[in-house]
Design a protein around this ligand. Structure first.
Ligand code: GLY
Length: 352
């Protein structure tokens, strides 16, 4: 089996497949880079929920249920279990969070509403502009970079082989997959190919054309400095005059601040406006970050499908599998995706 793409989805699938006995080769010119490297790492089905996206909510909740075992098998993988608060500044933001709470209650997932004062008791780093919000202890986070390292190591230990090559297309004879073509024109035979190349997946086979598009997200990494106010322990998500911003703590005083959301093709520049907006809104929620170091700015391309659901299926000729389209939820959906792909592989085995 050949896995095209070594982001969180490709690595998770490669690990699970190698553990299940498949001979796995992973092709990626820069493993563990791209959107997975840039990501904030929220595992947050409830606080990412939108009315009309109930299937995504169900899938996210199911994947989150599998996360503790998934992380434990990887030796921890940077999973944090402190939970999440979602906070509002203005009256419009509070109304928006009320709607989210009502929506979640309708789906049987009540969340606790808190005043600004109660929120500051939980997280003293929250500033005076925070007027109220929600406590969502079940929405977790993971250190995406620690996770990627753990996944690669586990995949290699299970026998997966990594080759630093870019794939330009999946080859088939019309009915069956025969291999992949690598950059430079070199063909590699394969009977089963899993395309897990994120936003680039659509370009790899005609059956995938137009199914996935890139949605750019800019993100910042800050670091606490001696004397500055300590960072929050929980993930803090906020609405600031209608604009969403999140701040995800890391071990050792790091804080990931994200994210912009724009559709500008395959552009991965970080813009002055993106950095400015994120810092302005984050500082209104956590005023202490003004004294932190700004250590990194980066942009990733979320692979997004029209219905905002991931695309994890067999498509096109026999032997072509795809796992992409995870949008804002790649980290969250990794366990359920890897399990689904294992199921698809079993079907392939039965047919062969
Ligand atoms: N998961 C958050 C984001 O995509 O920005």
């Amino acid at each position: 089996m050949t896995v095209v793409g070594a982001g969180v989805i490709g690595l998770s699938c490669a690990w699970r497949a190698a553990t299940a006995g498949w001979r796995v080769t992973v092709l990626d010119p820069a493993p563990a880079s791209g959107a997975s490297w840039v990501a904030g790492g929220m595992l947050a089905p409830l606080t990412e929920a939108w009315p009309g996206e109930e299937r995504l909510l169900e899938l996210g909740v199911e994947s989150l249920r599998r996360w503790p075992d998934f992380a434990a098998e990887l030796g921890g993988a940077g999973l944090r279990t402190e939970g999440t608060v979602v906070v509002a500044t203005g009256a419009g933001d509070r109304a928006e969070l009320d709607s989210l709470a009502e929506h979640l209650a309708r789906t049987g997932r009540a969340v606790e509403r808190l005043t600004g004062r109660a929120l500051r008791r939980l997280e003293p780093a929250l500033g005076p502009e925070v007027r109220g919000g929600l406590s969502v202890p079940g929405d977790l986070s993971v250190d995406n970079r620690e996770l990627l390292g753990a996944l690669r190591e586990a995949a290699e230990q299970a026998g997966a082989r990594f080759v630093s090559q870019a794939v330009t297309c999946v080859l088939d004879d019309g009915a069956r997959v025969t291999g992949v073509r690598c950059a430079g024109g070199h063909d590699r035979p394969a009977e089963v190919v899993l395309v897990a190349a994120g936003a680039h997946s659509s370009a790899l086979h005609p059956a995938l054309r137009g199914l996935v598009r890139p949605v750019k997200g800019e993100i910042l990494r800050l670091a606490h400095r001696p004397g500055a106010f300590p960072p929050p322990r929980r993930t803090v998500r906020a609405l600031v005059d209608g604009r969403p911003v999140y701040m995800v703590p890391r071990e050792g005083g790091g804080l990931v601040v994200g994210a912009t959301q724009t559709e500008v093709g395959f552009d991965t520049d970080t813009t002055v406006a993106g950095v400015r907006d994120l810092l302005r809104d984050a500082e209104r929620v956590l005023p202490g970050i003004a004294e932190y170091a700004l250590v990194e700015s980066a942009a990733g391309l979320r692979p997004s499908c029209a219905d905002n659901l991931p695309l994890v299926d067999a498509v096109g000729p026999d032997g072509l599998l795809v796992a992409t389209g995870h949008g804002r939820n790649g980290m969250l959906l990794a366990p359920v995706t890897a399990d689904t792909v294992l199921g698809l592989l079993r079907e392939v085995e039965e047919v062969a």
